[in-house]
Design a protein around this ligand. Structure first.
Ligand code: FAD
Length: 307
């Protein structure tokens, strides 16, 4: 069995694996896609001390760093179940195999919910973005839309309004769902317009970059185009935790509940990164949380009774 088995090979899982291996304990990583969301990213400019990198390059660097240690990487493998067994845990894999471990670190990340309209995938990283903290500065002085009028959409619109020339906030419903205080702030901004009852139907582009957004006015049925350079999709971040339902405490949104040490409701199981309740989903935060969960797992291991 492993002493520490990490599930997920994004920034959180890679950091957890390096920290565990440096303690000299038997460490394994199960990852569907080593690199995680970083693989889907182009420019990364907020990983402190690395002024500029690109997603695929950072993903390779994560793997290279982990491989410098004695870590067993099980790539292209998905975990499907976690259960407590005598003296630890069992993790079932989609391949039918099962692994056992004394402690487990869950770092399966999350995925941004997409609109599912034509042009969205084609112009991903070419005008279509998900993370205002990451990609906001790329749209300095340009026109953008934010899709979604919940708290994250309205927060993104307020944030981006300070950088870009104009923000159009598009909401499907007839009202915004964000907190009142955020809505008041939003409506006080001179360079923001809000369109409700609007169903986005297409991301428009010139083959290279986004040039606009098409939506249907749900009241009149009219189809309208907005000329712009960027679209931030803010309709939800979904944690990859479906396979853990009923195993440990998740929030109603599916985030793994963790304490300040990354401990979950199941003693011996820790979690880190975008799959957890830790706020602000960022690479630098996921890395720090992965390191922390790993140190907490080690603290747990050295306190186990001798067998
Ligand atoms: P992830 O990166 O999501 O990794 C999860 C890992 O778990 C993957 O290896 C995945 O394959 C694996 N996995 C999932 N389910 C299972 C399973 N059942 N079994 C086995 N393995 C599983 N952040 C920044 O700080 N700066 C940026 O510029 C930036 N740009 C971004 C651009 C885009 C387009 C996106 C989508 C995100 C961006 N982010 C950025 C956010 C950043 O990528 C995430 O915060 C970070 O990757 C989270 O790391 P993580 O390790 O928690 O999860």
């Amino acid at each position: 069995p492993f002493d520490v088995l990490v599930i997920g090979g994004g920034p959180a899982g890679a950091a957890a694996a390096v920290y565990a291996a440096r303690k000299g304990v038997r460490t394994g990583v199960v990852a569907e896609r080593f690199g995680g969301q970083v693989l889907d990213t182009m420019a990364i400019e907020n990983l402190i001390s690395v002024p500029h990198t690109e997603g695929p390059q950072l993903a390779r660097a994560l793997e290279t760093h982990v491989r410098q240690y004695d870590v067993q990487i099980m790539a292209a493998q998905a975990a499907t179940a976690l259960s407590a067994v005598d003296g630890g845990f069992r993790v079932d894999l989609a391949s039918g195999a099962a692994l056992t471990a004394t402690s487990v670190i869950l770092s399966t990340g999350a995925r941004w919910r997409k609109m599912g309209v034509p042009g969205e995938d084609q112009y991903l990283n070419k005008g279509v973005a998900f993370c205002p903290h990451c990609d906001g500065p790329l749209f300095k002085g340009k026109r953008i839309a934010v899709i979604g009028g919940g708290n994250s959409g309205v927060e993104a619109a307020i944030d981006l309004a300070g950088l870009v020339s104009h923000v159009t906030l598009i909401e499907f419903d007839s009202v915004l769902r964000a907190d009142d205080v955020l809505q008041r702030k939003l409506r006080s901004l001179p360079n923001v317009s809000v369109i409700t009852q609007a169903r986005t139907t297409e991301v428009l582009g010139d083959g290279t970059r986004v040039t606009g957004l098409r939506y249907e006015d749900r009241q009149s049925g009219a189809v309208r185009d907005v000329a712009l350079e960027g679209i931030f999709v803010q309709i939800g971040l979904v944690p990859n935790t479906d396979w853990l339902k009923g195993t440990l405490a998740l929030t109603p949104r599916g985030e793994i509940e963790v304490d300040a040490h990354g401990a979950t409701s199941l003693t011996g199981v820790f979690a880190a990164g975008d799959c957890t309740t830790v706020p602000y989903k960022q690479i630098v935060i996921a890395m720090g949380e992965g390191a922390k969960a790993s140190l907490a797992a080690f603290d747990h291991l050295i306190r186990l009774p001798l067998s």
